[in-house]
Design a protein around this ligand. Structure first.
Ligand code: ZN
Length: 169
């Protein structure tokens, strides 16, 4: 088992990727978007339970698409507030995303750097990153980990971190 691989919370057996399933979230124009969530299965025959690997970053359980959250966070950062936001979510909701992004974004940056170093022997200079915004740092760190997995940056970060935590990267 690779380090970082998860074991079944029920019986301790090894988990393998079972499938991806889609969860529907709301896009900025009000349309629906399906996003992938990784589902794992316990290989112990007596158990065989499935466990969804929930992303660590911005939860897809929130009903808005990561791309909606992402553009709301970007416009919040550019405008220094909610003034010109055309996001369909309420202001309170957007402020919550912004907080969550600030808190979890730094952790995600650290995790991505660790993944690059552990799995690909690559390191990206902290000096280079330090002048950049959180979103720009995440963009630079996800690029070497393959083609975009999802149309949004936050969606891709979610998938990379889910895979890594379950040992599939
Ligand atoms: Zn099990």
């Amino acid at each position: 088992m690779k380090s970082g691989a998860l074991s079944c919370p029920k019986c301790g057996g090894k988990l393998v990727v079972n499938s991806y399933y889609s969860r529907t979230v709301i896009e900025s124009d009000g349309s629906n978007l399906k996003i992938p969530i990784m589902q794992t299965r316990c290989i112990e025959k007596a158990c065989g339970r499935t466990h969804a690997m929930l992303p660590h970053f911005i939860m897809p359980y929130k009903r808005y698409a990561a791309s909606v959250i992402e553009s709301a966070i970007l416009s919040f950062e550019e405008n220094g507030g909610l003034k010109h936001s055309d996001c369909p979510a309420e202001d309170k909701t957007i402020s919550g995303w912004k907080e969550q992004f600030k808190n979890r974004g730094a952790t995600a940056v650290n995790q991505l750097q660790k993944i690059l170093y552990d799995r690909y022997d690559r390191s990206i200079s902290m000096i280079k990153l330090i002048t950049l915004s959180l979103i720009e740092r995440l963009k630079i760190l996800t690029e070497p980990l393959g083609p975009a997995l999802c149309e949004s940056l936050i969606g891709s970060v979610n998938i990379i971190l889910s895979r890594y935590s379950s040992g599939y990267i």
